[in-house]
Design a protein around this ligand. Structure first.
Ligand SMILES: Cc1cc2nc3c(=O)[nH]c(=O)nc-3n(C[C@H](O)[C@H](O)[C@H](O)COP(=O)(O)OP(=O)(O)OC[C@H]3O[C@@H](n4cnc5c(N)ncnc54)[C@H](O)[C@@H]3O)c2cc1C
Ligand code: FES
Ligand code: FES
Length: 486
């Protein structure tokens, strides 16, 4: 058992013994004089605090832009962190820095270090292209108030065409350094500000939670980070799970896709998109690149939020949740995990091990629709995810309609499903389902949407689903002279 947290900051090995488990990376960096990393929102929204975190995963370096304001220093064990100060100098700038200067990508400069770190990370991203949409996605988590985005996008394109940077030439050295940190040891620190336990295996994690069921599991900290920075909560015992190899596994089995509890949305997205293309597209709109680089699929479920984007999609896809307490394991239908607002089917000391998404039937059609005030990086007002199977006569043989934002938990529209099952998937069936939806839910009015709006949207999303799965949309567009029904 190690009693230190070890990681590299730039080229320096940091070995921390006395560490608050919830000290944010942003506060720690700025206290050390690395003030190039800025504090804007302190809640993962603006990207001013973006840093580059490199980890050795399955023998390869994984480069990720993350928001330092909602990342705990204790989560960095075994990693290497680069900040704007590590990037380049006035005499030898990084290609992204040169491009930002040449393209006039900075005015007041407050957002600039964060942008530059996201841009440097994008240069290292697998399959990164100079496609406008891909660049917009990569930079959607960085906000700029004064320059405007066009020069920044131009700078990104210019930087993509530049030669190798200092990271490219240091791959071997970084791998060697990070390999030397992989000792397979669990970590335990007990200090005045709380206890930190970093398990190195699922068995360790199970033991830690049995001994202290009140301990807080931390996966990506994109929720837990805000409890600390905005909720001012003090957590007595923090258990980051990012180093547990079993939980980091993403496996395609005969049953489907098994996503371990420490797998991030960014890493899971391509595999999810292979099974459910619409879910892959939806994940592109979940948070920002920085958020998806930290946020886990299972954290999005474990938090029990009624407005998380993942749960309705995975409920519609008939996913199974795997839980473990000590040596006991159980698997439940994902929808059964959500009992009531703030109440989930998780016993003290139990943790989520993984989620399995089954392979959809050949004749299944799946769609997911997110309705939010802003397209990028916004929480849903309503999310509808639907899976339908029909036979040769067009009769519905299986149907799952799941919604987020319509009730105290993510929930299936059981009345609408009953109205559809066994019917031919036509306009009559659609109308019956639309009426049933009104009985299925009594949503709330809140700052995101009124109850009336939510009800209306929930029914209209069904119409959209009908149009898209029956090909009726084109015919209707022709009939209405281009005005869409939804
Ligand atoms: C700027 C921003 C934008 C966001 N946008 C979206 C969005 O568009 N859509 C959306 O759905 N969400 C969004 N979120 C919320 C958040 O990113 C997701 O809910 C995310 O998936 C949470 O995962 P995490 O790994 O960060 O969880 P954490 O914050 O680490 O944990 C969340 C909760 O789950 C518990 N937990 C984690 N892992 C386990 C486990 N294995 N077993 C048991 N309990 C566990 C934790 O104790 C905690 O209670 C956003 C957050 C931010 C900061
Ligand atoms: S300070 Fe805004 S994302 Fe971190
Ligand atoms: S340059 Fe001022 S906020 Fe971006």
């Amino acid at each position: 058992m190690r009693q230190t947290v070890r990681f590299y900051l730039g080229e320096d090995l940091c070995t921390l013994r006395d560490l608050s488990p919830t000290l944010t990376l942003l506060d720690w960096l700025r206290d050390r004089g690395r003030t190039g990393t800025k504090e804007g929102c302190n809640e993962g929204d603006c990207g001013a605090c973006t840093v580059l975190v490199v980890r050795l995963e399955d023998g390869r370096l994984n480069w990720r832009a993350v928001n330092a304001c909602i990342q705990f220093v204790s989560m960095l064990d075994g990693a290497q962190v680069f900040t704007i100060e590590d990037l380049g100098t006035a005499d030898a700038p990084h290609p992204v820095q040169s491009a930002m200067v040449e393209q006039h990508g900075s005015q007041c400069g407050f957002c600039t270090p964060g942008f530059i770190m996201s841009m440097a990370a994008y240069r290292k991203a697998e399959g990164a292209s100079t496609d406008d949409q891909a660049i917009d996605d990569a930079l959607a988590g960085n906000l700029c108030r004064c320059t405007g985005y066009a020069p920044i996008v131009r700078a990104m394109k210019q930087a993509m065409a530049a030669g190798p940077d200092r990271f490219d030439t240091q791959v071997a050295a970084i791998s060697e350094r990070l390999t030397a940190l992989q000792d397979g040891e669990s970590v335990r620190l007990e200090g005045s500000e709380g206890t930190l336990s970093i398990p190195a295996s699922a068995d360790d994690l199970a033991e830690i939670l049995l001994a202290d069921p009140e301990a807080t599991i931390v996966a990506g900290a994109t929720d837990v980070g805000l409890w600390v920075t905005k909720g001012m909560r003090r957590l007595k015992h923090v258990v980051p799970i990012g180093r547990v190899p079993e939980l980091r596994a993403l496996t395609r089995t005969a049953d489907g896709l098994r996503i371990g509890a420490a797998v991030t949305y960014q890493d899971a997205r391509p595999a999810i998109a292979e099974l459910l293309p619409d879910a892959g597209e939806m994940i592109r709109r979940l948070g920002s690149t920085q958020v998806r680089n930290s946020a886990t699929v299972c954290g999005n479920i474990a938090n029990g939020s009624p407005i998380g984007d993942g749960p309705p999609m995975f409920i519609a896809a008939n996913a199974t949740l795997h839980l473990r307490r000590g040596t006991e394991r159980r698997s439940i239908a994902l929808e059964d995990y959500f009992i009531a607002y703030g109440k989930q089917d998780r016993q003290p000391g139990e943790f989520v091990e993984a989620l399995t998404i089954p392979i959809p039937a050949q004749n299944a059609q799946f769609r997911a629709y997110k309705i939010s005030k802003r397209f990028d990086q916004d929480i849903s007002a309503v999310l509808g995810a639907f899976m339908i199977e029909t036979d040769d006569q067009g009769r519905i043989t299986a149907v799952r309609l799941a919604y987020g934002g319509m009730a105290a938990t993510p929930k299936r529209a059981s009345g609408a499903e009953a109205a559809l099952l066994g019917q031919v998937w036509d306009e009559n069936a659609l109308e019956a389902a639309r009426s049933a939806i009104l009985e299925d839910f009594s949503p709330l009015t809140d700052m995101r949407a009124s109850a009336w709006y939510r009800q209306t949207v929930a029914a209209n999303l069904l119409t959209r689903f009908f149009e898209e799965t029956t090909g009726g949309g084109q015919a209707r567009l022709a009939r209405t002279g281009g005005l869409a029904h939804v």
